[in-house]
Design a protein around this ligand. Structure first.
Ligand code: OTU
Length: 655
């Protein structure tokens, strides 16, 4: 093993040797001024690029260093002028994505507006909600047939022809930039579709793709790996390997397929894979993508005898791709999709290695899970305990806070946190499954179990936010009071997502309380995957009712819109600081505060109980110095020196 000091020295030497050539090439490709900026960025490359290369690929680092810089220099040279200007603005204001006004919206192109060319015509709907960041669900050309909602990519440089063309995507990016919005797309980098040319080439024995994927001739190693790898899709895709008759030179082999059998895991232990993926990332960045949602990053590096998730080399790999991408496109940021335990999650934001940045953003799945847990138990203690135990994130990174997304909800409740509030972790996760699938007596939720695992007793939950909040059941029963409670629950959860700090993501349809959709059952490719129940098509007729203040859609839309409006004016909700969970003297109320050195203090309250709860006024108002800036039911009453938070109500205070 090489010491860190020796690795650094080797990196500095390699850069000293390479720099004159890079400088010369940069001047030729970019001109004096741009080359100067490129070189200023590249002066960090020995630490951010060479070191991770050496960690991952040992002695090949020097050669890979030169080649990877070549890739990003070429991409920098091709970067369109408007994107360069955007880069420049973002280099001046690196916290551009951490503004209080940053607010996300997540949508499927086909389900939102049909095709990409129609998207610019729908930007008003997004603008009404204060959107500044649009995440379009997988849209690159997938394999034909089943494609896991687009997560089986056959070509990273083409758009799914059903949605449009790459030129349409570029036009969308430009239309968004014009309105000061940014574009996020998925980068599915753990695997490709088995139809991808890399996979075809590898299977055919083309030396250019040698070692791009992994296959084993017999079950010895697959069994050894599977013994410690948790199953992702146990019902229809148990284990992490699929038999492919053409593999291993035609003798047949077990190909690594963490997810569905048609999604083949790339082997990043092979640096050619890393360079190839880098090429795809910077090419897409040059089309105008601002944020890459790095899909399934925990799985990218494998190690026998482990869960094959969250390996240290996986972090070095992300740091490497991040640094290289930003040499070509310094305005681009990475968002980690790591739906893992809190201890494993925080390092994706850069905590893994204090020397190197990693992803700027990550999904706060812990907060999301704890919100649903709080709603089911009418109790905020687990949330308080678990959030307090999380390690801090670097100030240059932010969470994406959300209530619902396109995937199932996996109950990432740590046993240790459950135990701290007197719960058994397994029993509590089982309760949440029972509760949200509607099986628990008296449950208001109408979800369904996803991937029930007979062997372990584990399961996850599907269902739209509105259905999980009780809105579906209330409408079916024609129960006005239950409907009222359902709306209050949905808005309550969003009040936390919008006020917690980080980028709040609104999942398409939640603004109109869209319920579960059974339409997917008619499509044989989708029917076996009940995650489609919470991916409904946009209901534009419901959207047309958003202005009716008495109707369901109008009430939810207005509430979310208002939260967004208040949020954007509160500088304490900018990034750079973290929220701290408070104890305000009532276990049903989640309370948190953010103390921004230059932008004041923020305090948020969310009452998970349907009953009003009284909390300590001084803690919340900073002894009268903070004003109430949002209230689900107007101003909080003060009774006997305590503030009364209405049942399922929320309030925000700010200095
Ligand atoms: C992701 O999810 C996507 O969000 C899914 O829609 C895809 O099916 C999948 O990747 C494959 O591309 O296990 O149950 O820790 O939780 O990557 C969903 C991350 C998943 C995993 C996540 C994965």
């Amino acid at each position: 093993t090489v010491s860190a000091a020796a690795r650094r020295e080797a990196a500095e030497q390699a850069w000293a040797q390479l720099r004159p050539r890079v400088q010369e090439q940069a001047v030729a490709a970019l001109g004096e001024a741009e080359a100067d900026a490129f070189l200023a960025r590249a002066d960090l490359a020995p630490y951010d690029v060479h070191e991770p290369l050496a960690i991952l690929y040992g002695a090949a680092a020097d050669e890979l260093f030169a080649r990877s810089l070549g890739v990003v220099l070429a991409a920098a040279a091709e970067r369109p002028e408007p994107l360069r200007r955007l880069d420049r603005r973002r280099e001046i204001d690196p916290a551009w994505f951490q503004r209080a006004s940053t607010k996300g919206y997540v949508a499927y192109v086909d389900r939102f507006c049909g095709t990409l060319d129609r998207l610019p015509g729908h930007l008003d709907h997004l603008a009404e909600l204060g959107t500044t960041y649009l995440h379009l669900m997988p849209l690159l050309r997938p394999r034909e047939g089943e494609n896991d909602g687009g997560y089986a990519v056959a070509d990273y440089r083409a758009v799914d022809p059903r949605l449009g063309t790459m030129a349409d995507l570029e036009a969308v990016a430009a239309a968004l930039h014009e309105r000061d919005m940014s574009l996020c797309i998925d980068l599915v980098l753990n695997h490709t579709a088995r139809e991808h040319p890399w996979a075809r080439g590898w299977l055919a024995g083309d030396p250019a793709y040698a070692g791009f994927y992994t296959a084993f001739p017999d079950r010895t190693l697959p069994d050894a790996y599977d013994a410690t790898i948790p199953a992702v899709f146990p019902d229809r895709a148990p284990g992490s390997f699929s038999w492919v008759p053409e593999a291993c030179g035609g003798a047949g082999g077990w190909v690594w397929t963490t997810f569905w059998p048609y999604q083949w895991d790339l082997d990043y232990a092979n640096p050619e894979v890393t360079l190839a993926m880098l090429g795809e990332i910077v090419w897409l960045a040059n089309r105008g993508v601002d944020v890459f949602r790095m899909d399934a990053v925990p799985f990218m590096w494998k190690r026998l005898g482990t869960s094959c998730q969250n390996q240290p080399e996986g972090h070095s790999l992300l740091q490497l791709l991040h640094a290289l991408t930003r040499l070509a496109a310094p305005g681009v940021v990475f968002k980690a999709e790591a739906i893992v335990s809190p201890d494993d999650l925080v390092p994706y934001l850069g905590g893994h290695d204090r020397f190197r940045p990693e992803c700027e953003l990550a999904y706060h799945n812990q907060l999301m899970v704890l919100l649903w847990s709080g709603l089911a138990t009418q109790d905020a203690r687990l949330a308080r305990t678990a959030l307090r135990r999380m390690r801090p994130i670097p100030p240059s990174s932010s969470w994406c806070t959300y209530v619902r997304g396109h995937d199932d909800i996996g109950w990432a409740v740590a046993d240790e946190d459950a135990a701290a509030v007197g719960l058994d972790g397994f029993a509590h996760r089982r309760f949440l499954n029972d509760f949200y699938s509607g099986r628990f007596p008296g449950s208001f939720a109408r979800g369904a179990l996803f991937q029930e695992n007979e062997a372990t007793g584990d399961a996850r939950v599907s269902g739209s936010a509105a259905s999980l909040c009780g809105i579906e059941a209330a409408l079916a029963d024609g129960d006005a009071e239950a409907l009222e409670q359902g709306i209050r629950r949905l808005v309550l959860l969003y009040s936390v997502a919008y006020g917690f700090g980080g980028i709040p993501l609104l999942y398409m349809g939640d603004e109109l309380a869209l319920r579960n959709d059974t339409g997917y059952l008619a499509d044989p490719e989708r029917a076996p995957d009940n995650r489609w129940m919470h991916r409904p098509p946009m209901d534009w007729a419901a959207a047309a009712r958003r202005g009716d203040p008495a109707g369901l859609e109008g009430r939810v839309f207005a509430a979310l819109r208002r939260l967004g409006e208040v949020r954007r004016s509160l500088l304490a909700l900018r990034g750079g600081v973290e929220s701290v969970v408070l104890d305000v003297g009532d276990d049903a109320v989640l309370a948190w505060s953010r103390r921004h050195p230059r932008s004041g203090t923020f305090v948020g309250l969310a009452n998970f109980s349907p009953e009003p709860r009284a909390v300590d006024a001084d803690t919340v108002t900073g002894f009268g110095t903070f004003d109430q800036v949002h209230g689900s039911d107007g101003r909080l009453e003060v009774v006997g020196g305590r503030l009364v938070v209405p049942g399922l109500g929320s309030a925000w205070f700010a200095e």
